[in-house]
Each structure stands twice: as structure tokens, then as C-alpha cells.
Design a protein around this ligand. Structure first.
Ligand code: PMP
Length: 383
């Protein structure tokens, strides 16, 4: 793959790691290879770097006084760890757990699995803007609710739910925990981290490497690992820790947070440019993302052509966008998120997701527009 000629607009699936982060990863992996649990100088050296990385995560997000981090293999594992562990540990307080219909499968499917264990799961609807209405949460909450998990930024549309308002509602129920999947939010948009009991994210969406992630949680929350093994990561996650991956994650997080404001403005310009184009071709496209959403994501539907054929056509010309989010693209081509927003089955079946990174340029968007126009002229209407 000759990367120079590629316009990569699928950064929500994964993005290019920062070069200095890859360099730091290689240095730690090669020269600080000790097992951080080992009681000798090589272990101490690795343990020191791990501690540095662990401190850097909550301090980058300015929650170091109240929160700490467990390193995981990514947001999927972080979501599974917190949700399964907390639901099972605190089920004597109540069996009701609340999430939304727009969550990533790594949250939705945990809730479905917990339902099979006897929990009463509530799936809050999405508004036409793709967010969760805090009033719906307020109505669903009850004395027996022990866990709420609502994502900060939706990974298809960029819709942002009001976590501040929802955390205030959950606070009225002191026995209930509030978790948020912040995979598409951390290091990108403003989030009230300190109000959350726990949140998850992945390294490879913010310039670190695949296979790294974290669960950040309020210090006094007890949640045992549901895997059997050693006592690593404070007993939350057994297994020898990936020091190099965790170290790289912490550096990428620090940089993303530092540059977040500037990057947000950069990608907003690119997103606006694509929106203007789509609006100029309203015979062919309908925009699904709300105007107020994260500028990193843009979802739209094709009104006459097949989305899969359009995405393939773009790919043949060196432009990478996604037909549905990468997590479900192998199984089916319909977006349950767009359906849950009430935009209809047809719109949901022909979704394109474009997602931006600070390294994208206006030239990338110009090239997309030129190729898209050429494709629209060439592809026959298939619906
Ligand atoms: N949650 C959200 C919102 C995501 O976008 C993703 C990645 N698509 C995940 C969780 C899972 O992340 P990972 O595949 O890195 O575990």
C-alpha cells in the first residue's frame, strides 16, 4: 500500500499512530522489556515506566486526584471489564441496568448477556439528533438501578449526549454507577471526566497502537476481575502487563489532549467542507449527523445509489471511507444507529461514515469531492 496516494478518511475505525509514540513503543519494548511484577532491577525498571504511564493517564485528563487507570487491550475489554464486573458485584443492590440503543456492540452485547443472567436491561431510545435525552434517563431511573452506561460521542454519527446532565441525574441515586464509553471522545472533544464513575477508551483511535486501551475509574470503586489469574493491575486485570503499549498510550493521550482544541478546529473545517458538498448534491445525499455533533465524524446516506458500491468505487480511487462502522461491516450493512434515530430502513441500509484526523487536508476533501462527482455520474441508480 503506497500511503502517499491514499486519502484516509476512516479515522474512527483506527488512525495513524504518532511517529514519536511508535518510537517510544519500540524503545520501551526493546530496552525496558522487564516484567513489572519481577522483584529485581530489570523488573523495577519496567515497573517505573508503567507507573509513569499510569500517572500520565488521569493527569492528562485532569482527574488524577479522584481517578486511576487500569491498562487493557482496548475499549472493548474496558467496557466488558467494568460493566460485567460492577453488575455482578453489586447485584444485591438491584438488578436494573440502563444503556442506550446507539451504543457500540461492546456495551450493547454485554447488556444482552447480563439480561440472560437475570438483569433487567433498559435500552434508552435516540433522538432524531442521535443523542440520548436526559429526560428519558430520568424517567427510567429507579431505586433498583445499579448501573448506567451512555457513550459520550456516537461512533457512527458523532452525536454527543449531555453527560453532565445525565451524571447529575445518576447522582440522585447514590448506589448507582455511571460509566461512559468515551472511545470517540477522549483527546478530541470536551468531556466532564471528573463527573463519571468510570470511562473506557482505546489507544489506536488517538495515535497509539492497537491492542492498548484503558479503563479510568473513581478510586474507591471495587470491581474484581472476572478472569482468573495473578494480581496485576490492582487485581482488576490479570496477566503480564504490556508496558510498551501502555507507555505509548499514555504519550498519545497526553499529546491528543494538549492539541485537542487546535485539532478540533482543523477537522471542523474539513467536515464543513464535506457538508457543503453533500448539501449541494441533496438529490443524491442525506446527512445523518447532527450539526452539533463531534466534528470528527460525519454520517450520510446515499439516496439513489448503493452505499457499498459507492464506498468500493471511492476505494478503487484511493479514498478510504466506511460503509458502516468497521465493527459491524462484516456482518451486515444496515446501521442500527441510524434506524434507532428514526431515519428509516432505507437510509440505514445505505450509510457512509467519514471520519477525520488532524493530518487530513483540504486537498484530501477536494480529491474526495472530485472522485465522488465522477462516481455519481458513472454509477447507475440502483434503488
Ligand atoms: N466503543 C466505541 C464507541 C468504538 O468506536 C469502538 C471502536 N470502533 C470501541 C468501543 C471498541 O474499540 P476497540 O475495538 O479498540 O476495542
Amino acid at each position: 500500500m503506497k500511503e502517499n496516494n491514499i486519502v484516509y478518511l476512516d479515522n474512527a475505525a483506527t488512525t495513524r499512530p504518532y511517529e514519536e509514540v511508535v518510537a517510544a513503543y519500540l524503545d520501551v519494548a526493546a530496552h525496558h522489556f522487564g516484567n513489572p511484577s519481577s522483584l529485581h532491577l530489570v523488573g523495577y525498571d519496567a515497573s517505573r515506566l508503567l507507573r509513569e504511564a499510569r500517572d500520565r493517564v488521569p493527569s492528562s485528563l485532569r482527574v488524577n486526584k479522584t481517578h486511576e487507570a487500569v491498562f487493557t487491550s482496548g475499549a472493548t475489554e474496558s467496557n466488558n471489564l467494568f460493566l460485567f464486573s460492577v453488575a455482578r458485584r453489586y447485584q444485591n443492590r438491584g438488578k436494573k441496568i440502563i444503556t442506550s440503543m446507539g451504543e457500540h456492540p461492546s456495551v450493547l452485547n454485554v447488556f444482552k448477556a447480563l439480561e440472560k443472567e437475570g438483569f433487567e436491561a433498559v435500552y434508552l431510545p435516540l433522538t432524531l439528533d442521535g443523542a440520548v435525552d436526559p429526560e428519558d434517563l430520568r424517567k427510567a431511573m429507579g431505586k433498583d438501578t445499579i448501573l448506567v452506561s451512555i457513550m459520550g460521542v456516537n461512533n457512527e454519527t458523532g452525536a454527543m449526549s449531555d453527560l453532565r446532565a445525565m451524571s447529575a441525574i445518576v447522582k440522585g441515586y447514590p448506589k448507582c454507577f455511571f460509566h461512559s464509553d468515551l472511545t470517540q471522545a477522549v483527546g478530541k472533544v470536551d468531556v466532564p471526566y471528573s463527573l463519571l464513575d468510570a470511562f473506557s477508551f482505546s489507544g489506536h483511535k488517538i495515535g497509539a497502537l492497537k491492542g492498548s486501551g484503558a479503563l479510568v475509574y473513581r478510586k474507591n470503586i471495587a470491581f474484581p476481575s472476572y478472569e482468573e489469574g495473578g494480581e496485576q493491575e490492582g487485581g482488576h486485570r490479570p496477566g503480564t502487563v504490556d508496558v510498551a503499549g501502555s507507555y505509548a498510550l499514555s504519550l498519545a493521550l497526553e499529546r491528543s489532549v494538549k492539541e485537542a482544541k487546535e485539532n478540533e478546529q482543523k477537522v471542523a473545517l474539513l467536515r464543513d467542507k464535506v457538508i457543503s458538498y453533500l448539501e449541494s448534491r441533496s438529490d443524491e445525499f442525506a446527512i445523518n449527523s447532527p450539526a452539533s455533533g463531534s466534528p470528527y465524524l460525519l454520517s450520510f446516506s446515499l439516496l439513489k445509489k448503493k452505499a457499498a458500491v459507492y464506498v468500493e468505487g471511492l476505494s478503487e480511487e484511493g479514498i478510504a471511507v466506511s460503509s458502516v462502522s468497521a465493527c459491524s461491516s462484516k456482518r451486515e450493512n444496515t446501521s442500527y444507529v441510524i434506524e434507532a434515530m428514526g431515519l428509516g430502513k432505507e437510509r440505514a441500509a445505505h450509510v457512509v461514515r467519514m471520519s477525520f484526523a488532524p493530518f487530513n487536508t483540504e486537498g484530501d476533501i477536494d480529491r474526495f469531492i472530485a472522485v465522488s462527482d465522477e462516481l455519481l455520474g458513472r454509477l447507475v441508480n440502483q434503488r
